[in-house]
Write a protein that binds this ligand. Structure first.
Ligand SMILES: *Cc1c(COP(=O)(O)O)cnc(C)c1O
Length: 367
């Protein structure tokens, strides 16, 4: 927390605005719109998962519709497809950004069309804060006229060619869950291109009540709006977003120094100046054949021994028991990243002392 959150929460109590409505909701949305630029229209909701669910509903995803989804991601990117009865079609990553491989996306689209159904949406992820290949994916989206849902749950504060992540999708999604770069305890947002789409998102997230004196409903609604209390936390957090991004990027520099010129360990970093990641999480790929046969698990356990938590990358969706029988396009890039990748401590509040402890473990492993 920044310390300023309580001021906004206090205002909510003083004004008796405890409902999913009120000045903090409007204020937080304005803060996000100003931060993102690109004439964004933001609707805040209870979670990032809820935002993805609404995004898919707004694009008309229904039973048995195909939706393309990056395989190397957190399950929340894909689960909302299932909520609507849709069929996820998983796609591999490319090596530069670890996000959607454009070649495999196009292959997946062609096969879906052959099966008689063009996919209703493409869910792209900005993994660990890294922007995806925005132009390549956009070209495919335009060629086949399939909208993009940008899952930037992990990427608030990242940019591609100077433009903020969260503004590239036809609909983009943010998360303010406790583990993300800023948090409202739980929260999420849809970023939309026009005010009427924002109105639609708000309508759907507040039970889809028609304009009538009695309770009248023509379509299915959801109870997904963010509360005025949580939005107050969000306003306090928006005051420190630049600082949080700077702290995460400083962590990345710390790891860059450790791993520079290091055989056998690759730090996940921007492929070119066009990409600027918030470095929500720092991840490495370990090549055990070049590090004395110490594999990913060996590294993880060595950290655990020193009471330092590290974690494997997200396990790809096409390898999850839940999605056992689902289509998958690409090769084994996501799988190889999963087998050899480790996320390292990356909190905004890492202290010098923490860094010394981390450094010591790594030096021992490489020694
Ligand atoms: C966290 C996360 C989500 C879900 O956000 P919640 O606010 O936790 O529901 C979706 N996609 C990705 C890639 C995430 O990391």
């Amino acid at each position: 927390m920044s310390g300023n959150e309580m001021k906004y929460i206090q205002e909510a109590f003083d004004g008796n605005w405890i409902a999913p409505l009120g000045p903090n909701v409007d204020g937080f949305e304005k803060d996000l719109e100003n931060y993102l630029g690109q004439e964004s229209h933001v609707a805040v909701v209870s979670t990032g998962t809820a935002a993805l669910h609404l995004a898919l509903a707004m694009l008309g995803v229904e039973k048995d519709d195909f939706v393309i989804c990056q395989s190397l991601t957190f399950a929340a990117s894909a689960n909302p497809i299932i909520y609507l009865g849709g069929i996820p079609v998983f796609v591999d990553s490319e090596k530069d950004t670890w996000n959607l491989c454009p070649i495999a996306v196009e292959e997946a689209i062609k096969v879906c069309i052959e099966k008689g159904k063009k996919p209703k949406a493409i869910i792209t992820v900005c993994l660990y804060g890294m922007p995806y290949k925005v132009e390549e994916i956009k070209a495919i989206s335009e060629k086949y006229n399939i909208p993009i849902i940008e899952d930037s749950a992990e990427a608030l504060g990242s940019t591609y060619k100077g433009q903020k992540c969260g503004t590239f999708g036809d609909i983009s999604v943010l998360s303010f869950n406790g583990n993300k770069i800023i948090t409202t305890s739980g929260g999420g947002a849809l970023v939309l291109k026009e005010e009427i789409y924002k109105q639609k998102a708000v309508f759907l997230s507040t039970q889809a009540k028609d304009d009538a004196p009695h309770y009248q409903h023509s379509i299915v609604g959801y109870n997904y709006r963010l509360s005025n209390i949580c939005a107050g936390i969000g306003r306090g957090q928006m005051e420190v977003i630049d600082q949080r991004v700077a702290e995460r990027r400083a962590n990345h520099e710390f790891y860059k120094n450790i791993f520079k010129n290091q055989e056998g360990v690759e730090l996940f970093t921007e492929p070119s100046e066009d990409y600027q990641s918030n470095h929500w999480l720092n991840a490495i790929i370990i090549h055990p054949e070049k590090t004395g046969n110490k594999d990913r698990e060996f590294w993880r356990l060595a950290f655990a021994e020193e009471n330092i938590e590290t974690r494997p990358l997200w396990k790809p969706m096409h390898l999850q028991p839940l999605f056992d029988n689902k289509m998958y396009f690409g090769s084994n890039i996501a799988e190889t990243l999963f087998n050899n990748g480790l996320c390292l401590p990356s909190g905004s509040n890492l202290t010098d002392d923490d860094k010394k402890r981390i450094n010591k473990v790594i030096k021992n492993l490489l020694g």
